[in-house]
Design a protein around this ligand. Structure first.
Ligand code: NAG
Length: 534
C-alpha cells in the first residue's frame, strides 16, 4: 500500500485561489510609482458627522435604517484618506476600519457601495468605529504607511494597531463583524415588538437567554460572540421574547440556540457554557444543510474547519433539482460533513476545484469530496443519483473511498526513446520497472522545463543501448501518484533499480556533461556493489 497522501499544496490550491479572489487579502500589488503631487488635507466627506459622544454600550438596542435612506446617505459617511492623514487618523481614533481600493479594480468597485452602506448602518447604530477609505493607487505611499499593499484590503485599526478583516463581504456582514470586534458583539432585544421587527429582516442568528447579563455563563457567551466572525448574537432575559426568536422547545435559562433560514431551522446548544464549546457548536451547525457557494461566501466556506466536505457542481437548473435530495442526504450526515453546491458555470468558484480532477472543462455535473484529515480527494465515478451520493458519503465517513489521482490516458510508448509516464502507469513503468529510471517531472507552464527536456533527450541518446537504464517523463499538471511528491518543476529524479522508494534528485542546473558523469558514477557504484556481493 502506498500512503494516500496528496501534497498539501495540491489540495490547498483552491484555498489559495479562493482566498485571493474573495477575502480581504491582497489582490494585486500596489505599484511603486507614486504621485504625491498635491498634498491635500484629510477631508471629512461627511460634514454632518458628529465627533465625540459616540460611546456605545456593550450591547446596543436593535435599530434599523430604511434602505433607501441608507443608500442616499451612504457615500457621505466614509472618510476619504489621502497623502498625509492616514497615520494620524488611525492613531487618533480608537477604531478605524480602512478600505484600500483602486479605481480600476473591479472587486474594489463591488465592495465600495457595500462598505459605504455598512458605514451608514454603523453610524445609525451609534457605533464608535470610523470607516475610512484610501485610493491606494493614487496615494500608494500613504496607503503603504498604514499597511495597505493591495486592492481591495480591509484592515481594522484599534488604537493604531491593525488586524486583518475576517468577515463576510455583504454590507450586513461588514456591519456584523465590525460590531463584534469593536465592543458591540451582542444585540440586546428588549421587547416583543423589537423581536418581531428583527425577524422581518434576519433569518440567521444565535439567541442567548439569561437571567442576568452577568456571571460566568454570560461571560463565555459574550466571549464567543466576539470570537465568532459571522453569526449575530442576540441576548434577552425575557422568556417571552426568546420564544419569538426561537419558537421551538422549552427554553430553560441559560439557553443558547442557533436559528437558520433552512430546513433544520433551529438547533439548541446542549453543551457546557464555555466559549470554545459554543464556537465549536456554531462551526458544526452554522452552515445550511447545503451551502450554495457564491463569491460572497466562498472565503467563509473555504475557511470552514469541517474536515469532510462534499461538493456538487452542476448547471444552475440541475443544481436547483439536486438541492432537495441533497438536503435529505445532508440531514443524515449532519455535523459529520459539509455539503456545498456550486454552479459549474461560475468559473471562479468551480474551476479551482475541478482542475484538481482535470475536470475544469466538464459540461456534466460532478460530485467530489475532500478529507482534510488525510488531505485526500475523491471523485464520484458512478451516475449522480441520490443513492450513489449517499453511498459516496458513507464511504467518505468510513474512510473506504479510493482517493483520486489525476491521470491522462495511457499513451503508446512503442519505439519511444523516452517513456511517457502517466498517473495510471507510474507503478508499472517506474516503481515496478526492474531498470534504473531517470524521470523528468515537468509541467506545461514551467519556464525552464524545456531546457531540462532537451538535456534529457540528449542523455537518452547518449545512454541508448543500456538496458538497465530507462529515461521517462511525466506531466505533473495532469498526472498524480501518491509516491510522486514534487513541488518544483522541472525535477529530475533518479530511481535506482534496487530501491525505488528512494529516488535521488539530480540538479536540473547541472550541465549535460556533469549529468552524464553523475549517472555514469551511480551506475558504476551499482556495478561495483553487485560485484562485491558475488
Ligand atoms: C484605546 O486606548 C484608550 C486610551 O488609552 C483605552 O481606554 C481603550 O480601551 C483602548 N481601546 C482598545 C480597543 O484597545
Amino acid at each position: 500500500m502506498y500512503n494516500h497522501k496528496l501534497s498539501s499544496r495540491t489540495l490547498l490550491l483552491p484555498a489559495i485561489l479562493l482566498l485571493l479572489l474573495t477575502s480581504a487579502a491582497v489582490f494585486s500589488e500596489i505599484e511603486d510609482a507614486d504621485d504625491l503631487g498635491d498634498i491635500d488635507e484629510l477631508i471629512a466627506i461627511d460634514d454632518e458627522q458628529e465627533n465625540g459622544a459616540n460611546s456605545e454600550p456593550a450591547t446596543a438596542n436593535f435599530e434599523t435604517g430604511k434602505k433607501s435612506e441608507v443608500l442616499s446617505r451612504a457615500q457621505r459617511v466614509v472618510l476619504e484618506l489621502n497623502t498625509d492623514g492616514p497615520k494620524r487618523t488611525i492613531e487618533e481614533n480608537e477604531y478605524v476600519l480602512v478600505l484600500g481600493y483602486a479605481p480600476w479594480c473591479g472587486r474594489s468597485a463591488e465592495l465600495m457601495p457595500r462598505f459605504a452602506e455598512a458605514a451608514n448602518v454603523l453610524k445609525g447604530l451609534g457605533s464608535r468605529v470610523l470607516l475610512a477609505k484610501i485610493d491606494g493607487d493614487r496615494y500608494s505611499k500613504a496607503a503603504a504607511s498604514i499597511e495597505i499593499k493591495g486592492f481591495p484590503t480591509l484592515l481594522l485599526f484599534a488604537n493604531g494597531t491593525s488586524r486583518p478583516y475576517t468577515g463576510g463581504f455583504s454590507s450586513e456582514e461588514i456591519v456584523l463583524w465590525t460590531r463584534k470586534k469593536t465592543g458591540a458583539p451582542v444585540i440586546g432585544i428588549r421587547s416583543v415588538a423589537d423581536a418581531n421587527e428583527y425577524l422581518k429582516q434576519h433569518s440567521t442568528y444565535a439567541v442567548g437567554l439569561f437571567d442576568k447579563f452577568e456571571g460566568p455563563d454570560y461571560g463565555e457567551f459574550v466571549k464567543a460572540a466576539v470570537a465568532d466572525n459571522e453569526v449575530q448574537f442576540i441576548e434577552t432575559s425575557s422568556a417571552e421574547i426568546a420564544k419569538v426568536l426561537y419558537p421551538v422547545g422549552t427554553l430553560t435559562k441559560p439557553f443558547f440556540g442557533l436559528v437558520k433560514s433552512e430546513p433544520e431551522h433551529y438547533t439548541s446548544f446542549d453543551g457546557h457554557f464555555s466559549s470554545d464549546e459554543i464556537l465549536h457548536f456554531l462551526e458544526n451547525n452554522k452552515f445550511p444543510l447545503v451551502t450554495v457557494m457564491t463569491e460572497l461566501n466562498s472565503a467563509k466556506v473555504y475557511s470552514s474547519t469541517n474536515k469532510l466536505q462534499v461538493y456538487v457542481f452542476a448547471e444552475d437548473d440541475d443544481l436547483q433539482k439536486f438541492l432537495k435530495p441533497l438536503q435529505e442526504i445532508a440531514k443524515k450526515f449532519k455535523s459529520q460533513m459539509m455539503f456545498v453546491a456550486v454552479d459549474i458555470k461560475e468559473d471562479n468558484l468551480a474551476k479551482p476545484f475541478l482542475s484538481l480532477f482535470s475536470l475544469e472543462d466538464s459540461e456534466d455535473s460532478v460530485v467530489v469530496s475532500f478529507d482534510y484529515n488525510s488531505n485526500s480527494k475523491y471523485l464520484l465515478e458512478s451516475d449522480i443519483t441520490s443513492r450513489n451520493i449517499e453511498e459516496f458519503c458513507t464511504g467518505l465517513v468510513q474512510g473506504t473511498l479510493k482517493p483520486y489521482f489525476k491521470s491522462q490516458t495511457i499513451p503508446d510508448n512503442k519505439n519511444a526513446n523516452i517513456l511517457t509516464v502517466v498517473g495510471k502507469t507510474f507503478d508499472e513503468l517506474v516503481l515496478n520497472n526492474p531498470a534504473n529510471i531517470v524521470l523528468e517531472v515537468h509541467t506545461p507552464w514551467c519556464i525552464t522545463c524545456e531546457t531540462t527536456s532537451k538535456h534529457v533527450q540528449k542523455l537518452a541518446k547518449h545512454f541508448k543501448g543500456l538496458d538497465n537504464l530507462v529515461f521517462a517523463r511525466i506531466d505533473a499538471s495532469t498526472n498524480e501518484h501518491p509516491k510522486l511528491q514534487v513541488e518544483d518543476y522541472p525535477t529530475l529524479l533518479f530511481y535506482p533499480a534496487n530501491d525505488k522508494s528512494n529516488p535521488t534528485t539530480l540538479s536540473t542546473k547541472s550541465n549535460l556533461k556533469d549529468l552524464a558523469a553523475l549517472i555514469n558514477k551511480i551506475l558504476k557504484t551499482q556495478e561495483d556493489a553487485t560485484k562485491d556481493e558475488l
